[in-house]
Design a protein around this ligand. Structure first.
Ligand code: CA
Ligand code: CA
Length: 442
């Protein structure tokens, strides 16, 4: 607190000083004073790292006490602050940035500049900040305040961030567009960026990230973290300087909301989230009853290395059961050469798909629309002769009876036949399977 009060006193001292000088001596108005009302211009460049020592704006400043000027940042920017001075009068300068005009609420550190080549580098989100300085006079006499001319230069590099929310949080995150590279910005005041995405179906998620290596910024503790909706870490992956293939991870995720944070340093970041569906689907050549084989075509949206099928319902517990999945000389279990499998009989078929990450997936298909059997006829038998009336019944458990004709005339189930004669009964099901019974009544 003592330091803060000191600062306050100095600030008031400066204001008073400037007021007195300005009213007494018109000579010093040629150069701008660094003041809270004066917005220090920023010189923008494409790369602060590649910058030669910049030209500076000239200001009138006072030694021995601190001064403050306004800095307005309109979008996320990397700032380099330089200062120079008359070395005959000034020995060194301490500079710092603050959120408040009093210079107390620091943004970044206080930096001592001992030459015009020194600078302070900091990453600032949009906002109004204050540039503070304290010049140390050459004579070391703390009580001597005198006017001198200093140069100040703020060089800015826009981060070109694509953030919708610059100072993001779990409650106010940026939203991920799958397959789009987002440029983020970890500022001094908001060094953790939050991103959110939601998947409606099970998916393979691949995250590619990068932390830009800026000169003077230590990014080796940077990391990209995948979190679930409860904010618990799912994957924590540290940044690697070895290249892009190390700054990536892949995970199969259940439907839900997830977050990604970029943290551990202040720099420009990039983040890309790719999504591939993990939902296997199957299509049958027909859903309707058929007297032919049914072809099952699997739709596997992800890369896979093997598909097996077995005629059984296999539970997850047996996903790697050897006797279930061994294809050697097996009638039940086959390896597919593509994503199709032709089924000759009704039953439950379990497909096992191995993805490129070596995980197994089961997908069960029930086939119950193959009807290769003729209707059942009761009451009369083929080539039999009856001496009394007969009652004919018939049914078909699968596709159902379509037609029943006795000597080419349609009859109903349960028809009683008493007239003497020779009969041909043909019962046909919905898919064309038919049964013929010839009988005689004497
Ligand atoms: Ca940010
Ligand atoms: Ca049938």
């Amino acid at each position: 607190m003592k330091k803060n009060n000191n600062l306050k006193t100095k600030l008031y001292g400066l204001c008073f000083c400037l007021l007195v000088i300005a009213s007494l001596s018109p000579a010093v108005t040629a150069k701008a004073d660094i003041s809270p009302n004066y917005e220090i211009p920023i010189t923008y460049t494409s790369s602060v790292d590649n910058l030669q020592y910049p030209a500076t704006n000239q200001f009138t400043a006072v030694t021995g006490i601190s001064g403050v000027g306004k800095v307005v940042i309109n979008k996320p920017t990397v700032i380099k602050a330089y200062m120079n001075w008359d070395t005959a009068e000034v020995n060194s300068s301490v500079i710092w940035f603050s959120r408040d005009v009093k210079g107390i609420d620091l943004v970044g550190a206080q930096v001592k500049l001992t030459s015009e080549k020194n600078y302070e580098l900091l990453l600032l989100d949009a906002g109004t900040y204050y540039f503070n300085y304290a010049l140390k006079a050459n004579n070391n006499n703390k009580n001597s305040y005198y006017f001198t001319t200093v140069g100040v230069c703020l060089v800015g590099q826009y981060a070109n961030s694509t953030e919708q929310v610059n100072e993001s949080s779990k409650n106010n995150p940026n939203s991920i567009k799958f397959g789009k590279v987002e440029t983020g910005f970890l500022s001094i005041t908001a060094p953790i960026d939050y991103y959110r995405f939601e998947i409606k179906e099970k998916s393979i998620i691949t995250v590619n990230f990068n932390f830009l290596e800026l000169k003077d910024i230590n990014i080796k503790d940077s990391k990209c973290i995948l979190k679930n909706s409860m904010n618990a870490n799912v994957i924590v992956q540290s940044y690697s300087t070895r290249g892009a293939e190390y700054n990536t991870f892949t995970k199969i995720l259940d439907p839900g909301v997830y977050y990604i944070t970029m943290e551990g340093s202040t720099t420009i970041t990039s983040l890309e989230v790719k999504k591939v569906s993990y939902k296997i689907q199957a299509k049958k050549s027909t859903e309707a009853f058929t007297n032919k084989n049914v072809k099952i075509t699997l739709k596997v949206p992800f890369e896979y290395s093997e598909i097996l099928v077995t005629k059984a319902k296999v539970s997850k517990a047996d996903i790697t059961d050897y006797s279930t999945w061994n294809t050697y000389r097996s009638d039940k279990t086959k390896e597919l050469s593509d994503t199709t499998y032709t089924v000759t009989a009704n039953g439950t078929y379990t497909f096992r798909v191995r993805d490129y990450l070596k995980n197994y997936n089961l997908y069960v298909v029930d086939i119950d629309n193959i009807d290769k059997t003729a209707p059942v006829i009761l009451g009369v038998k083929n080539k039999k002769t009856y001496k009394s009336p007969v009652t004919i019944t018939f049914y078909d458990k699968l596709s159902g009876v379509n037609t029943a004709k006795l000597n080419k005339k349609t009859i109903k189930d349960g028809t009683k036949v008493s007239a003497k004669g020779t009969y041909t009964l043909i019962v046909t099901d919905a898919v064309g399977n038919s049964k013929t019974v010839k009988f005689t009544i004497k």
